[in-house]
Ligand binder design. Structure first.
Ligand SMILES: [Zn+2]
Length: 83
């Protein structure tokens, strides 16, 4: 699924930017919306928002309708905090 998400960027689709996320932290954006369409067709859980969420302990996850999908710490270096 991550590869298909990135492939959609190659045809000009974008994720929500900083301003959008500041006003609406739960924004999905056009790529996540298309990916959620694919997920629906495959019977998979929907991604609830574009931005990852940081736990109090610093772990990061992407919220899906069936629960969090934790991001391995090596992929973000622990330096990104989205509240
Ligand atoms: Zn993206």
């Amino acid at each position: 699924m991550n590869g298909l998400h990135e492939l959609l960027h190659t045809v000009g689709m974008v994720d929500p930017g900083y301003k959008t996320l500041k006003n609406d932290p739960k924004a999905t954006g056009e790529v996540v919306d298309v990916m959620n369409l694919v997920r629906r067709q495959l019977g998979l859980a929907q991604r609830m928002q574009y931005a990852p969420v940081s736990t109090p302990s610093g772990r990061m996850y992407v919220p899906f309708e069936n629960g969090p999908s934790y991001i391995p710490p090596k992929s973000y270096g622990g330096s990104i905090v989205v509240r």
